[in-house]
Design a protein around this ligand. Structure first.
Ligand code: GLC
Length: 427
């Protein structure tokens, strides 16, 4: 329907799936005050490891349960931090001792995760941090916890990025050879320029070649600092105003967002978003052709925080009745004017249009324009499958005035769902 910029990976499932789970989990779940805690508080390896690495023991970790919660919320794929900027690895990497199997939990947390989520039918994504504040050869730059160290220059002379690069390539090779088919590689992130790091530091070109060789179908994000070598873009904590384009083609995109301000578990962060607003965000993404990757930061005991669980459950309640306006859907054809206070999505295979009513109007909804006039055959509420009458009497005609279109006669009060959706069957 739309001309999509094709990358190299297998994207068909991705543009249908629409809704995924992001998981940020690592040692930072112990301090529980943002996954950048090492950077913010300038914590050196010795202290971080002494306090947290030695005590990491998520005894309640049960990935089967995570998968069930996510599935019930309506998510179709899951991306997990195999390693975040702190450098700690959730899997049993042969290239480092800094891994879950060497903490009191003694478990390859990633392997269990992959198995549990695959079993529930999820596509699997690996987030891998290009940044590594623990590796002895990762040079100290503007984000590094030791950036203000008085002997920074001297320390950097002893560091050799070539060695880190080798480690990084080796780790990605492990991840893409030892865990079966991986559907997404989510590399994070580049910050080229003074005192930063970019494609030369990672040797991104060589890395991408290896990634594509090992898993040719894999979808790769756009954070390796390469102009054209990616499958999808990743607007963070925003929904773009319009479907992003490149050279006249629509780009595959996924907005990643948190419930509150932090990605990792943050006990005292209180700015949690309300469920209805998140449902509207998901709708907004789909109405512009994109996906939503919604993040949970599990606790140090290995559970989803109660605030996340509550919200996921409510999202699931909405999805149970409204999945057909989300999965397999995309931006509606331009000829359909967006009604007031609404968002449209469209399923091209079913040829149905979905009107998401963000603010419930009184009595009627105007669908203005020729496209509606000629093509709308039948209308119903998604949540209960009840008919919405298309008004044709004098009173309705009067509401339309000089304009052409159709008028929907609405129930006097908003249906008992977060965001009501009207399904329009088109000719
Ligand atoms: C940022 C942050 C990071 C988070 C990521 C998710 O780049 O560094 O903490 O993992 O965004 O998109």
């Amino acid at each position: 329907m739309y001309e999509i910029r094709k990358g190299k990976g297998d994207y068909e499932w991705f543009i249908r799936a629409k809704f995924g789970l992001f998981i940020h989990w690592g040692l930072y779940s112990l301090p529980a005050r943002h996954e950048w805690v090492r950077n913010r508080e300038e914590i050196p390896n010795e202290i971080y490891d002494e306090k947290y690495f030695k005590r990491f023991n998520p005894d309640l970790y049960n990935p089967e349960e995570w998968a069930k919660i996510a599935k019930k919320a309506g998510m179709k794929y899951a991306v997990i931090t195999t390693k975040h900027h702190e450098g700690f690895c959730l899997w049993d990497s042969k290239l480092t001792d800094y891994k879950a199997t060497n903490t009191p939990c003694k478990r390859d947390l990633l392997r269990d995760f992959v198995e549990a989520f695959r079993k529930e039918g999820f596509k699997i994504g690996f987030y891998y941090s290009l940044i590594d504040w623990h590796h002895p050869h990762f040079t100290i730059d503007r984000f590094h916890p030791l950036r203000n160290h008085p002997e920074k220059e001297k320390l950097n002379k002893e560091r050799d990025m070539a060695k880190y690069r080798e480690y990084l390539h080796g780790q990605i090779r492990e991840l893409l050879t030892e865990y079966g088919k991986i559907d997404i590689l989510w590399a994070d992130f580049s910050y080229p320029g003074p005192d930063g790091k970019g494609k030369n530091d990672w040797n991104s070109e060589k890395l991408v070649k290896m990634i594509r060789e090992l898993q040719p179908h894999i979808l790769l994000n756009n954070r390796l600092d390469l102009e054209d070598e990616y499958d999808f873009v990743t607007p963070e904590q925003v929904v773009p105003n319009e479907w992003p384009e490149k050279d006249g083609k629509k780009i595959i995109w996924e907005s990643c967002q948190t419930f509150s301000g932090s990605w990792g578990y943050h006990r005292d962060e209180a700015t949690w978003r309300d469920t209805e607003e998140i449902i509207k965000t998901l709708i907004d993404c789909v109405s512009k052709g994109g996906n939503l990757l919604l993040n949970v930061g599990p606790t140090a005991r290995g559970e989803f925080d109660y605030r996340a669980r509550e919200r996921l459950e409510k999202i699931g309640e909405w999805m149970k009745y409204h999945f057909s306006s989300i999965y397999d859907c995309t931006k509606a054809p331009e000829e359909f004017k967006i009604p007031e206070n609404c968002k449209l999505t469209y399923n091209p295979e079913k040829n149905r249009l979905y009107v998401h009513i963000l603010s419930w109007p009184y009595k009627f909804l105007v669908l203005e324009g020729k496209a509606y006039k000629e093509q709308v055959e039948y209308a119903q509420l998604l949540n209960d499958g009840s008919e919405i009458k298309i008004g044709t009497d004098e009173w309705h005609k009067k509401q339309l005035g000089e304009k052409e279109g159709k008028i929907l006669t609405l129930p006097p009060f908003k249906p008992n769902v977060a965001v009501p959706v009207i399904e329009l069957f088109l000719k």
